[in-house]
Design a binder for this molecule. Sequence first.
Ligand code: SF4
Length: 287
Amino acid sequence: MVDTISNSRLATLDRCPRKEYWRYRRKIEPIVERVPLTFGRLFHQACKAYYDQGRSVDAAHATWDTEATALPPDELRNTAKAYELLTAYDQQFRDEEWTDIAGETKFAIELQLADDLPPVVYRGIIDRVGTIGDGKLTFQEWKTTAAPWNFLPNPNHQLTGYAFAMTQLFGEPVLQARVTLFGMFKGSKDGRRKHKDGTSSSVLTRMLVLRTANELEDWRRSVASKVRVMNMYEDQDFWPGNDSCNMYGKCDYAELCGSPPEVQAYLIDTAYRPIKEQEWEVTDEVS
Ligand code: SF4
């Protein structure tokens, strides 16, 4: 039976049950991490340093310099781009009325999703928890993306799930989030992107995202359904691939999917490694 879920696990199941199997049951990942993933992970560390050290863009740049030494050379995802985005963020938001309440918040809470299911642990990391302007609790999410126009704030199960978790953790409704999309554009300069008509716009997009109590309840029921489906795959010991998979070349597990069992075993030994799980303590409190 499934005992632990995360937004990433649920989103992977939505995309492809077999991918969920490789990533969350077999717990393997490619030895070579994809550059966009590495860039996004390091960029989050730099954003965290920015707030942890009193909105210091110097601290953000310094953290980037320390952490990004292993980033492979890349035309777009490189130190110049990280500096450009961090500096643009500082210029746009340094005077925002943001007050840190819990900073980066790593949570692992127990959820009783439905009467017919045993409790599951729901875990995740919220980029920043605080208040803004009106004093209401809110949270921030940061995303680096080459196509910000594809980002959907609603429906968005990650944001709804985080609102659900925060509501449980803080004991009060948390129904708003601020999402910042950091546009990864070739040719942008000083945080501005030129358009064909000669105008320009910021590489950053900030969204205020709202939720209702009904949407949180809908999230709970939807997650319960997904957990039942995952349990069914486990019972039948078979995780179907995505019928209309167009991920060959993009999915981390494409080579495994396209190979017979003996080749899969060889690939798992040579091109994949076990995923190191972080320690997560289940808690109802925010430290
Ligand atoms: S390659 Fe396609 S079918 Fe295979 S795990 Fe990835 S998304 Fe699923």
